[in-house]
Design a protein around this ligand. Structure first.
Ligand code: PLP
Length: 411
């Protein structure tokens, strides 16, 4: 149950993009797993930085640089609080989840993974949590192994102990699947991985958005997430890592900011987190993400989660009654986040999305960067409705009305 103060209709008013018509109909935005809309508070924070404080960080002695640096580092503290990191210095700014995963695969992976070692991921992963590990495996001679998924779209963990061996160096797993909505038992996986001496990287692109994340409680070693799916701007994300791992790692990229001393032949590195932040960072992006964290914190992640659960329960019931529909992923609401992937008879997901768009309803259609999931279910694509704090039951009704048109056209 959400608290009495939670009102999605009031929340919607904070999001300028939602107050528009598309194809002559009020916009129903159900593509939140791809990216969320941005509240006025975030847009204002970015504007205010560029209008009042625009300067490079950490380098200037002047007032604007001082202000920009304070805002930028305060934002780091905010994202650290969002995931309960022990210290803000454990949070490295990246371009997004993808870059955060690549950072670990390169900077940690090349020093710690060798021939004959194993990397364990799952069939459920977004391409961002597959391809960097394939690249690492091919560069090092390591083997990539997979946790399979069952027909309910859950990880098959019965043979986890067999998949984890003393050769397993890292397990990289999504917190929440972007294509199926499955919430994975990260803590269970972390405990099993640590028991064989492997470390765990969590792809939190869809996790930190919808649920309270406590990296200390999850006991993971790295947690990656991005700003744009949680009301923040694009081009900014966070890699959280355990301090001792980050301290021991080689840098990811070389350049300004990440050095201590530069000599002719070699250089030494700045302390964490700056060791991993070469070049001028996305200052406005970090400040915008800090504002998004403030905005979401004020509403409360527990209320957001409870609201989404209500919407998903309603959507599962209504969509489940649509003739010819097939919904992918877990049926239990305890195992499902705010994503519903579906197909409808012979209607191609692109046609479903086009018909819905003509009604102002925005959903995703395609493989959702999860081709291994599509392969498992024997489809090339699905349609995907994904919900967030500003969605309402009326949005679900409009989706279902649109699907009635799909049924009328495709029979
Ligand atoms: N992992 C998951 C589960 C995702 O859903 C996404 C984005 O959709 C990513 C990784 C990649 O995120 P980004 O493209 O923002 O780097």
């Amino acid at each position: 149950m959400t608290s009495v103060n939670f009102d999605p209709l009031r929340i919607r008013k904070d999001f300028p993009t939602l107050a528009q018509t598309v194809n002559g109909k009020p916009l129903t935005y159900l593509d939140n797993a791809a990216t969320s809309q941005k509240p006025r508070a975030v847009l204002d924070a970015i504007d205010s930085y560029y209008e009042q404080d625009n300067a490079n960080v950490h380098r200037g002695i002047h007032e604007l640089s001082r202000r920009a640096t304070i805002a930028y580092e305060e934002a780091r503290g905010k994202v650290a609080g969002w995931i309960n990191a022990a210290d803000p210095s454990e949070c490295i700014w990246t371009r997004g989840t993808t870059e955060a995963i690549n950072l670990v695969a390169v900077a940690w992976g090349l020093d710690n993974v060798g021939e004959g070692d194993e990397i364990l991921i799952s069939v459920m992963e977004h391409h961002s949590n597959i391809v960097p590990w394939q690249m690492l495996a091919s560069r090092t001679g390591a083997t990539l192994r997979y946790i399979e998924i069952d027909d309910d779209g859950r990880l098959v963990l019965d043979d986890l102990d067999a998949l984890l061996t003393e050769r397993t160096k890292i397990v990289a797993i999504s917190h929440v699947s972007n294509s199926l909505g499955t919430i994975n038992p990260v803590k269970r996986i972390t405990e099993a991985a640590h028991a064989v001496g492997a470390i765990v990287m969590v792809d939190g692109a869809q996790g930190a958005v919808h649920t309270r994340v406590d990296v200390q409680d999850l006991c993971c070693d790295f947690y990656a997430f991005g700003g744009h799916k949680m009301c923040g701007p694009t081009g900014i994300g966070v890699l959280w890592g355990r301090r001792e791992l980050l301290d021991a790692m080689s840098p990811f990229q070389g350049g300004g900011e990440m050095i201590h001393i530069v000599g002719r032949e070699e250089s030494s590195w700045a302390a964490v987190p700056h060791k991993f932040e070469a070049g001028t960072p996305n200052i406005a992006g970090a400040i915008g993400l800090g504002a998004a964290v403030d905005y979401l914190s004020e509403i409360g992640i527990e209320d957001i989660e409870a609201h989404e659960r209500e919407i998903v329960a309603y959507a599962m019931e209504k969509l489940g009654a649509v003739p010819g529909i097939r919904i992918y992923g877990p049926t239990s609401l305890d195992e499902r986040s705010a994503v519903i992937s579906f197909t409808m008879g012979d209607a191609h997901p692109h046609d479903i999305s086009t018909i819905l768009d003509s009604d102002g309803v925005a959903v995703r259609a395609g493989h959702h960067c999860a081709q291994l999931v599509m392969k498992h279910f024997g489809v090339s694509a699905t349609a995907r409705a994904s919900f967030y704090l500003y969605n309402t039951k009326e949005d679900v009704d409009r989706l279902v009305e649109g699907l009635a048109q799909v049924a009328a056209i495709f029979g």
